[in-house]
Design a protein around this ligand. Structure first.
Ligand SMILES: [Zn+2]
Length: 358
């Protein structure tokens, strides 16, 4: 499922939707786009489609649905292998080849909220990362809140194909949680130095969401107390202080590639984020500083970043330095046997919108 084209306004036009509302567990909500449910099961003017919140099987018949939910085999626990678990939120890796029906039904459901081409029929070539929430007060009940998919083998090293947080759960920073997980997984896989990102082009909404995610990721990286500057590790920041002052480094010079290596982000995404944050020196009369990332030395473009600007940006946008994805939440390098990342489609239109600032 690829996220691009069509602006969200057009796409959300109700004209082509075949299903008006869905009932997911005990939630009823409107759909946004058309999906490709088989017409013999879901007619073109369906008002309510009942969808199992554990396995995404669907029916227009409320009785059949009710009967199914009493015996759904996914009810007790999600499919797949848990890869992340923190604060009640978990992410489960489901191989589309092992669980085709689940993957297809999930994709059909997701399509109601994502406007782009489908990859429904080759789900076997994708991994699906399912986000669940379990209330500690009610530990036997889990809720699927959204997911992202990723091609098992992506020539472009895309680390995410399609991402969707289901509408009732949007605006809670959960898209960022999934994006963070996707970067963590690709981080494990990039032994050859291959850095990935979401499949492009992104939808309009996907672009906004990712830019914000990248900006926050960059700001956390840039504001992190820097380890001592002797190390040669890529990503190490070279702190410079102008003239006499020794106390604080008001700006930092580094190459865009270094930042990319340190954050696992593609150079183009690093530049997008830095420009969006407006924290790079844009010229000015100071000849010693290279300005906006256009200057090249052997290591690629060098940028001069003013930390005070980064800090200001972070404050203005109420970004906490604590990453929403907690390192201790990862349960092991499970995904690494799947070659590289996936790709295609990304983010479906979805993701939560960027304005969700906490
Ligand atoms: Zn079910």
């Amino acid at each position: 499922m690829a996220p691009n084209n069509t602006s969200s306004t057009d796409a959300k036009s109700p004209t082509n939707r075949n299903v008006e509302h869905v009932v997911l567990g005990d939630l009823l909500f409107k759909t946004w786009y058309q999906s490709i449910y088989p017409e013999e099961l879901v007619s073109k003017d369906t008002d309510r489609l009942y969808v199992c919140r554990w396995c995404f099987r669907y029916s227009c018949d409320v009785d059949l649905y009710a009967k199914h939910t009493r015996s759904c085999e996914n009810q007790a626990t999600p499919l797949g292998t848990k890869v992340y678990d923190h604060g009640g939120y978990s992410v489960w890796e489901v191989d589309g080849g092992d669980h085709k029906l689940f993957a297809q039904n999930l994709s059909l459901f997701a399509k109601l909220f994502v406007d782009h081409k489908s990859v429904f029929f080759d789900v076997a070539t994708f991994l699906f990362y399912i986000l669940t929430f379990t209330d500690p007060e009610d530990p036997v009940n889990y809720y699927i809140l959204g997911y992202f998919s990723k091609e098992k083998l992506s020539w472009d090293a895309n680390n995410l194909a399609c991402i969707l947080i289901f509408p009732p759960y949007q605006h809670k920073q959960l898209g960022k949680l999934l994006m963070g997980v996707s970067y963590k997984l690709s981080d494990w896989e990039r032994e050859g130095g291959l850095i990935g990102g979401p499949e492009k082009p992104l939808s309009e909404m996907g672009h906004k969401s990712y830019v914000r995610f990248w900006e926050e990721r960059m700001s956390r990286h840039l504001l992190r107390p820097s380890p001592d500057s002797n190390s040669d590790e890529p990503g190490q920041q070279k702190q410079r202080t102008p003239k006499g002052s020794r106390k604080r480094a008001p700006f930092t010079c580094m190459t865009v590639q270094d930042i990319g290596l340190a954050t696992g982000m593609l150079t183009e995404d690093v530049i997008t984020a830095l420009k969006g944050m407006e924290v790079i020196e844009s010229d000015s009369g100071n000849k010693k500083r290279k300005s906006s990332g256009e200057t090249s030395n052997g290591d690629g473009p060098t940028v001069t970043i003013w930390k005070s600007n980064v800090l200001e940006w972070a404050k203005d946008h109420r970004v906490t330095l604590q990453d929403p994805v907690r390192e201790e939440g990862f349960l092991g390098k499970i995904a690494s046997n799947n070659i590289d990342e996936g790709d295609e489609d990304d983010e479906g239109q979805d993701t939560e919108s960027p304005e969700e600032d906490e």
